[in-house]
Structure formats: C-alpha cells, structure tokens
Design a protein around this ligand. Structure first.
Ligand SMILES: Nc1nc2c(ncn2[C@@H]2O[C@H](COP(=O)(O)OP(=O)(O)OP(=O)(O)O)[C@@H](O)[C@H]2O)c(=O)[nH]1
Ligand SMILES: [Mg+2]
Ligand SMILES: [Zn+2]
Length: 274
C-alpha cells in the first residue's frame, strides 16, 4: 500500500492511507542507504507487518524543521518574548526560498508592543509585502486559512514564538499543548517535541519543535543573493557581484538610497561573510 507519513515519534511513523492510519517502523536498510523517512514522505508500506518498504521520490525537503514535500513554509516570528530578531527571520526565509518552497511570514505577540514599536513593525510588514514576501499578523486567521487552502504547510520558528498557539487559533479542536516562555531565560521550553501533520479543512499543516539556533546550509551559501527579491542582482557592474564593497554595485546604491531595508542587507552580509 501507499500512504503519507503524517507523524514521527523517534522510530515510529504514522502512515495515513485512505483516511486510515498505520503505526509503522522503518526497515534497517534505509540507514544503510543513508536516507530516513520524513514526515511528509509518500511511502510504500506493508500494512500487515507494519513496515515502511520504500520512500517515493521527494519534491523537496527541509532540514530544519525536518519535513518533505511541502508547498509552503510559515515562518512564525515573535515580536516580543522572544524578542524580534530580523536576522533570524531572514536566515529562515533564505533557507526556505533556496529550497524552492514558498514562504509566508506570520508575526506573533504584536499585542505586547507599545505604540511606537507597533509603528515600526507596521513599516517592516509593509516592506516585506512590498518585496513579495507575504507577511501578516497572527490575528489574521481567515486570510491565513485562505492562503494555505489545499496546500501542505509546515510551521517553522524558534521555540516559544507561538506555532502551536497559531494552530489552535486556526482549529481549537486540535487543542495542542502550549507553554509560556521562561521568565528567567526569556525563551521557551521546547513544548512541541515531534513533527506532525494535521488536517485543517483542505490543508495539511505541520506543527514542529522550535529551535534555538539556525544556520544556512553550506551548499546554499553561494546562492544567498537570489533569496533577496529586492536585490537587483543583474544591475551591478560585475557579473556575480557579492554586493559587499564592489565599485558600481547596484545593491549598495539601493541600500544608500534607502530602497533596501538596512536590517535586510545586514542579514545578507552576515550570511555571506560567514
Ligand atoms: N501575548 C501573546 N502571547 C502569545 C501569542 N502567541 C503565542 N503566545 C504565547 O506564547 C507562548 C508560547 O507559545 P507556543 O504556542 O507554545 O510556542 P511554540 O512556538 O509552539 O513553542 P515550541 O513548541 O516550544 O516550539 C504561550 O504562552 C502562548 O500563549 C500572541 O500573539 N500574543
Ligand atoms: Mg509548540
Ligand atoms: Zn553588487
């Protein structure tokens, strides 16, 4: 039989096929081949012995969070507790874009900001939307639901930003565990511990464990500039311009003219200079 893995808890995989779920294990030969089944994988499995036999070809794959075959990644970013970190947001965006997955940014905890902080964030939201990266606040549930209609989606983001809370807001019957972030540490306690896809109307959406650090994969480093839609990569004097200190660099010119948000360029530079 064929089905889709919708949950993984250590070496136990839940495979869904025709609305029935099967708790399966993976054969040891996957380890030999250096591949492991991931949530989101379409697999061929033995429904009697409850073994996954074969992983069908993947359309894409993310390493963090680990999931396969998604159409869209929602990057959940909090504005407070934990503090808004534009560099982290841009690193996550770069990772998603370079893996050919459509990104969507959902900002949380807007309610914890004071008026001047809110103004600043509204400008930032406008900037991201202007460059074509859809960005909204977690209050906009109907817009969000419409946007992810018929898609397979993964929630990604630091621990404590409100990923599980967002899922509960979309469907309260999910009743996922959430946890206040630690006052002492100013960060979360890793409440969600496994990756799981849930049905939500016509969408499939995965809750994932949060992380505390995030870096770009080495194989992506060369292509970082293509993950910045506001960069006029062809406008520079030199082909393959790194946009760092080259004379006649269009990106540096746009930065100086205020066309490129400083925090965006800063994120770019930190990623390429590493
Ligand atoms: N004030 C406020 N609190 C929020 C908002 N969204 C989430 N929270 C709170 O933030 C805390 C963390 O939320 P979770 O949903 O557990 O975070 P998570 O991203 O799932 O965390 P992990 O599972 O550890 O990755 C909870 O106490 C939520 O109630 C928001 O928009 N405003
Ligand atoms: Mg969670
Ligand atoms: Zn340049």
């Amino acid at each position: 039989m064929e089905g889709r893995i919708i949950r993984q808890i250590s070496n136990l995989y839940t495979v869904e096929s025709n609305n029935i779920t099967y708790e399966c294990r993976a054969r040891g030969n996957f380890r030999v081949k250096g591949v492991t089944p991931l949530v989101g994988d379409w697999v061929r499995f033995d429904e009697k012995d409850k073994y996954i036999l074969e992983i069908l070809p993947r359309k894409n794959e993310l390493k963090r969070p680990v999931i396969a075959n998604v159409d869209c990644a929602i990057i959940v970013t909090s504005l407070k507790r934990p503090e808004f970190a534009p560099n982290l947001l841009d690193r996550m965006l770069t990772n998603v874009i370079l893996n050919d997955i459509e990104p969507l940014v959902v900002l949380t905890k807007f309610d914890l900001l004071d008026d001047s902080e809110k103004e600043r964030i509204v400008d930032i939201i406008r900037y991201y939307n202007h460059i074509g990266i859809k960005t909204l606040i977690n209050k906009e549930i109907p817009v969000l639901k419409e946007y992810i209609k018929d898609k397979v989606v993964v929630l990604s983001g630091q621990t404590g930003v409100g990923k599980s809370t967002l899922l509960n807001m979309m469907d309260e019957s999910l009743n996922l565990a959430t946890n206040d972030i630690s006052e002492a540490l100013g960060r979360g306690k890793h409440t969600t511990r496994h990756v799981e896809l849930f049905h939500l109307d016509s969408s499939l959406i995965a809750d994932t464990p949060g992380f505390s650090a995030f870096d770009i994969q080495d194989e992506d480093r060369e292509n970082i500039r293509f993950a910045f839609p506001e960069f006029d990569n062809d406008g520079c004097k030199f082909k393959d311009c790194k946009h760092i200190n080259e004379i006649g660099c269009k990106v540096l010119e746009d930065l100086a003219n205020g066309k490129i948000l400083e925090s965006r360029y800063d994120s770019y530079k930190k990623m390429v200079m590493k």
